[in-house]
Write a protein that binds this ligand. Structure first.
Ligand code: ADP
Length: 396
């Protein structure tokens, strides 16, 4: 079976062609600057290519990809008909979806109803689904949600302390994101622990960052909220902030509510505090050459993560494993060391040498004496999307 995995953003499209039974990835890539000028980065047959190619809309972008998959040197299949199903990453499933679903008209109506909660993401995701339906008629499409894994959170953790009507009338609550990654990584951790009743904390640290407390395989709390703005200090997002800052900044900087939220989403976080970049590598470099603001930025990033780890260890009544994943979690040994340093009181002892080893495998980086395991687990959201798509469509 072959699954075509699509992750449609507002001007981008990530894709993979995968065999979910063998987990073999036949091709992967990214279309960027859709509607602007168009750029394709594609990998197949052990070759990576970059092309400037016109893509006025997502439809042309998908056509470009299907073309490269079926023709020329990069070809991996003879025809589109060899694709059995399409798996879509969908950001917001609200309270409707606690697992992946086969897309039908009712699913699309529900996704459209959720646009106010994810105005930047859901429209692009819906567009990706509709174009796939048009270009590959008759093939099943499956939606895999960023929010679904967190639907097991208890009300005490997903409710905000605002009047209850706001939850009932407008859906104001914590939904959480990165669910596919938190599911994958916590599940890998459970296998490594070889323990069914496990207490796992997953730190997904990329440009967007979130943390999740997972009890016996179920999310019980997570740091992102109604939107991905809440929680950790991220590349350009502030994470947790006193809501009073919003009205204060609106007044001082003469911004509207939407402009202020955009400011907290796009101009804050690592970028805003450091004044250097949203890319942690550049901040680490600056700190190493004595830039104090860069050092404060790193300290803030780590301090917030530690605060959540301690809080979630309390919620879980202990912790068997702390897992690091995504760009920063998988690559930045400095951040992992700083986060764990000082947590020895709760049985967390990182091994500095093991921590420095770089590879793309699941690995344990704690000392042998550590009561809590510390794992680095490269995330694989595409694999979850492909396997969910396979499970739901194999009997069709
Ligand atoms: P996204 O959320 O966009 O998928 P990624 O998971 O790719 O993000 O993570 C991007 C982040 O990972 C960037 O901040 C980048 O600086 C950071 N990163 C990648 N490699 C390293 C490294 N070796 N050291 C520190 N940070 C790194």
């Amino acid at each position: 079976m072959l699954v075509f995995i699509l992750n449609a953003g507002s001007s981008s499209l990530k894709y993979q062609l995968m065999n979910p039974e063998t987990t073999e990835v036949l091709a992967s890539g990214l279309c960027e600057r859709i509607g602007i000028d168009g750029k394709l980065i594609h990998e197949s047959n052990d070759k990576k290519i970059k092309q400037e190619i016109e893509m006025p809309t997502h439809k042309e972008a998908i056509e470009v990809v299907l073309n490269i998959l079926t023709k020329g040197e990069e070809k991996v299949i003879d025809s589109i008909s060899q694709i059995d199903a399409i798996g879509h990453r969908v950001v917001h499933g609200g309270e409707f979806f606690n697992s992946s679903v086969i897309v039908n008209d009712d699913v699309i109506t529900k996704l459209e109803g959720l646009i106010p909660l994810a105005p930047l993401h859901n429209p692009a995701n819906i567009m990706g689904i509709k174009i796939a339906q048009e270009i590959m008629p008759g093939k099943p499409n499956v939606a895999v949600f960023d929010t679904a894994f967190h639907q097991t959170m208890p009300a005490s953790n997903y409710m905000y302390a605002v009047p209850y009507e706001d939850y009932k009338d407008y859906g104001v609550r914590k939904y959480g994101f990165h669910g596919t990654s938190h599911y994958y990584v916590s599940n890998e951790a459970r296998k490594m622990l070889n323990k069914e009743d496990s207490k796992v904390i997953v730190c997904h640290l990329g440009n967007g960052s979130s943390i999740c407390a997972v009890r016996d395989g179920k999310s019980i709390d997570t740091s992102m909220g109604l939107t991905p703005l809440e929680g950790l200090v991220m590349g350009t997002r502030s994470g947790d902030i006193d809501a009073g800052v919003l009205s204060y900044l609106m007044e001082k900087k003469n911004m509207t509510a939407a402009e202020t939220v955009n400011y907290l989403n796009k101009k804050s976080g690592l970028l805003g505090v450091s004044g250097i970049s949203s890319d942690l590598r550049e901040i680490i470099e600056a700190a190493a050459s004595g830039n104090e603001r860069a050092q404060t930025t790193i300290d803030m990033k780590c301090s917030r993560i530690r605060k959540y780890i301690c809080s979630y260890a309390g919620s879980l009544e202990g912790v068997d494993a702390i897992c690091f994943t995504a760009g920063i979690g998988e690559n930045a040994d400095l951040i992992r060391e700083k986060v764990c340093d000082g947590l020895e009181f709760m049985g967390v002892e990182i091994d500095s040498d093991k921590n420095k080893v770089r590879n793309d495998k699941n690995r344990e980086i704690n000392k042998d004496s550590s009561k809590t395991k510390i794992y680095v687990i490269p995330t694989n959201e595409e694999l979850v999307i492909a396997q969910d798509t396979y499970k739901l469509t194999k009997a069709l």
